[in-house]
Design a protein around this ligand. Structure first.
Ligand SMILES: [Zn+2]
Length: 247
């Protein structure tokens, strides 16, 4: 079932509990709105698809959550003190799509449970994506010709960026070496609250700072070495996809 944008009767900001505790995979929440198989709650542990990262799945009571999307909110354009922060959607309403009719009553309390394996895989992929980005920046970017990201996607088993420009195969090889060199250093990745919104954080590792609102693992040891592949997407776009090397 494809997700349909709802006309929300109650477009309130949903409290996103994964910002406070990324390991929290269960919570109770109050039903604010129900439309057929769509549910809006006062708070959630489910990550809605955003910033290229796929949504969490799981259950609300015993009904399968098949899709989670952000609606509404506002576009934040703010200056961070540490690094430049791109325009980012905040204060959104999280809409959960269920596999069947919700049948909840407004005001009812429900139990939310996120699929932990999928969440963990997405967290690992997302963290690895930051190392890929940092490595690409190190290898390709110059002050005169900065690296420009046109898009990204983070799935359970892979992560990819669409970079402006024609990045050659030998350069991608170099990016892979640098990314794996960074990962082999280990350490801890911290999400530091930003001064612009309680939904925007700085992902930090050593002296690397990347603004982000996604979910990540804390220990670099949870990541494996990555293998990169390259696809040309038109004359001036290069897609670089990463996967973990198995074994
Ligand atoms: Zn991130």
């Amino acid at each position: 079932m494809a997700f349909e944008r709802l006309k929300l009767l109650n477009p309130a900001k949903t409290e996103k509990l994964f910002h406070r505790d990324v390991d929290l995979v269960e919570c109770r929440a109050k039903v604010l709105e129900v439309q057929n198989e769509y549910v809006v709650l006062d708070r959630t542990v489910f990550y809605a698809e955003s910033g290229g990262q796929e949504f969490d799945t799981g259950y609300i009571n015993d009904i399968r959550v098949s899709d989670v999307q952000d609606q509404g909110g506002r576009l934040l354009t703010a200056r961070g003190t540490r690094v430049e922060i791109p325009a980012i959607k905040i204060d959104t309403t999280v809409v959960h799509q269920l596999a069947g009719p919700a049948g909840f009553a407004v005001g009812e309390e429900v139990l939310l449970r996120v699929d932990q394996t999928r969440r963990r895989n997405l967290m690992r992929s997302h963290s690895a994506a930051h190392f890929l980005f940092q490595a690409a920046k190190t290898v390709v970017s110059t002050p005169e010709d900065p690296l420009y990201v046109k898009g990204c996607h983070i799935a359970e088993d892979a992560w990819r960026f669409d970079f402006a420009g024609d990045i050659k195969a030998d350069v991608v090889q170099k990016i892979e070496e640098v990314a794996n060199g960074l990962i082999s250093r280990g350490g801890v990745m911290e999400m530091v609250p930003s001064e612009v919104s309680d939904e925007v954080f700085y992902w930090t590792w050593e002296d690397v700072v990347i603004p982000c609102g996604g979910t990540h693992v804390r220990k670099v040891d949870e990541l494996k070495k990555m293998r990169l592949s390259r696809t040309k997407k038109g004359a001036n776009l290069t897609r670089i996809k990463g996967v973990f090397v198995q074994g």
